[in-house]
Design a protein around this ligand. Structure first.
Ligand SMILES: Nc1ncnc2c1ncn2[C@@H]1O[C@H](COP(=O)(O)OP(=O)(O)OP(=O)(O)O)[C@@H](O)[C@H]1O
Ligand SMILES: [Mg+2]
Length: 364
C-alpha cells in the first residue's frame, strides 16, 4: 500500500476555468480520505489527476513517495471505481473482473483465485456468470468494486460510486465499503458530494469549494471546529443556522441582529476585541436550538414564527422565521408545534460558533 501526496496542484481547463487551485493534501498509507464539496468544486478533477487521467497544469503528485507526473495511468498501481460502473455489457461479471488481469498476462489460476476471493468478499459469487444487464444497480456496483479489488492496487480511488443507488442500498454499500477498507488495509480516496457519506466513511475529510480545499480534518473535528462559514454550513444536516448581525458595545459586548439581542459574557472580550461595530455571524446547530417554555423570559431569546414542521419519528424538525433569518431546530418528538404558532427559541452560547462577518473565517 502507499501514501498519496498532492503539492500545489492546479488544473486549468482553459484560461477561465480554474477547476483545481493550489491543492495540498497528504493521504497516509492505509488512510481513508474523502473529498467532499458541492457540484463543480473540482473533486473529480483532483481524483482524475491522481489516477493520471488528467494532466496537471502545475504542482506535483506522488504515490508511495514517487513523483508520478511521467507515469502513465496503467503503471500507477491504482484502481478507480466510477459512478456509472463502466462495466462491459457483453461480458459476465467474472469476465469483467478478470479483464484487466488478462491484459496484464496474469496466469489463469491466479486470475481465477483473485476473482473468487473478491466475489466472496463482496457476496457476489452467485452472480459471476451473469452479464450486467441482468443485475440490479447495487449488484453492478459490487462487480465494479470487485474489478478494482482483484487488481490489488496500492490505492483505491472512488468517484461517487454510490450515487446511482437508492437510499437504502446506498447506506448498505457504505457500510460494506468501510468494512472493505478495514479488511484490505488499503489507501482509499473517495469523492462524494454527500456530507453524510463523507462523515461516515472518512478517517479524514477534505472539504472543497471552488477548486480549493477549505479544511482537512477528522469528521468530528470538522463538525465541532469548522474553519469557516462554508464548512460550518456544509457539514451537518440539517445545516447550521446563521444569524448575520453586528457586534456592538452596550455597555458590554452585545450581538445584535434586528430584534434579536445577545449580551456576550466577558470571556469573549479578548477574541472579539477587534470586531466591535463590525459585522459578525453567529452559527447555531439545529440541535443547540431549543424552545423556551412559557414564563422563562430573558435576554438571548429568539422570537420566531413556525413555518414548517417535519416529524422524523425520533425527533421533530421545526423550521421557523425570525426577522431576516430562517432557523431550524431539532426538537424532542413529544411536541408538534402548529404552523403559524409564535415560539421563542434559545441556545447555549458556549455551543454557538462565531464567524467574521466579512472574511467568514471562524473566530476562536
Ligand atoms: N474536460 C473539461 N473541460 C472544461 N472544463 C471542465 C472539464 N471537466 C471539468 N470541468 C470544469 O471544472 C470544474 C470542476 O469539475 P469537476 O468535474 O472536477 O467537479 P466535481 O466536484 O467532480 O463536480 P460533481 O460533483 O458535479 O461531479 C467545473 O467547473 C467543470 O465545469
Ligand atoms: Mg465529479
Amino acid at each position: 500500500m502507499a501514501s498519496v501526496t498532492l503539492r500545489n496542484v492546479c488544473k486549468n481547463y482553459d484560461k477561465d476555468v480554474h477547476a483545481v487551485q493550489d491543492v495540498n493534501l497528504e493521504v497516509a498509507d492505509r488512510e481513508f480520505v474523502v473529498l467532499v464539496g458541492p457540484s463543480g468544486c473540482g473533486k473529480s478533477t483532483t481524483l482524475r489527476m491522481i489516477a493520471g487521467l488528467e494532466e496537471l497544469t502545475s504542482g506535483e503528485i506522488s504515490i508511495g513517495g514517487q513523483a508520478v507526473s511521467h507515469v502513465p495511468p496503467k503503471d500507477r498501481d491504482i484502481a478507480m471505481v466510477f459512478q456509472n460502473y463502466a462495466l462491459y455489457p457483453h461480458m459476465t461479471a467474472r469476465e469483467n473482473m478478470a479483464f484487466g488481469l488478462k491484459l496484464r498476462k496474469m496466469p489463469k489460476e491466479e486470475i481465477e483465485r483473485r476473482v473468487r476471493d473478491a466475489a466472496d468478499i463482496l457476496s457476489i459469487a452467485p452472480l459471476l456468470d451473469r452479464r450486467p444487464g441482468a443485475m440490479s444497480g447495487g449488484e453492478r456496483q459490487r462487480v465494479a468494486v470487485g474489478r478494482a479489488i482483484v487488481r490489488k492496487p496500492k490505492v483505491f480511488l472512488f468517484d461517487e460510486p454510490l450515487s446511482n443507488l437508492d437510499a437504502k442500498l446506498r447506506v448498505q454499500m457504505r457500510v460494506e465499503i468501510k468494512r472493505l477498507h478495514t479488511r484490505l488495509e488499503a489507501t482509499m480516496i473517495y469523492v462524494t458530494h454527500d456530507q453524510v457519506e463523507a462523515m461516515t466513511l472518512g478517517d479524514r475529510i477534505a472539504v472543497m469549494k471552488d477548486g480549493r480545499i477549505q479544511q482537512v480534518d477528522a469528521p468530528m473535528d470538522l463538525y465541532h471546529r469548522p474553519a469557516n462559514r462554508f464548512v460550518a454550513g456544509f457539514i451537518g444536516s440539517p445545516a447550521m443556522n446563521f444569524l448575520e448581525g453586528r457586534l456592538v458595545r452596550d455597555p458590554g459586548l452585545v450581538f445584535q441582529d434586528g430584534a434579536v439581542r445577545f449580551p456576550l459574557p466577558e470571556s469573549y472580550e479578548r477574541s472579539l476585541a477587534n470586531f466591535v461595530d463590525k459585522p459578525l455571524i453567529l452559527g447555531i446547530r439545529p440541535e443547540s436550538l431549543s424552545e423556551v417554555g412559557p414564563g422563562e423570559a430573558g435576554d438571548g431569546q429568539i422570537p420566531a414564527t413556525v413555518e414548517v414542521v417535519e416529524p422524523m419519528g425520533s425527533e421533530v424538525l421545526l423550521y421557523a422565521t425570525t426577522g431576516r433569518s430562517q432557523l431550524v431546530s431539532r426538537m424532542p418528538a413529544d411536541r408538534m408545534p402548529a404552523i403559524g404558532e409564535r415560539v421563542r427559541l434559545s441556545f447555549d452560547l458556549s455551543r454557538a460558533h462565531l464567524f467574521d462577518g466579512v472574511s467568514e473565517m471562524a473566530i476562536r
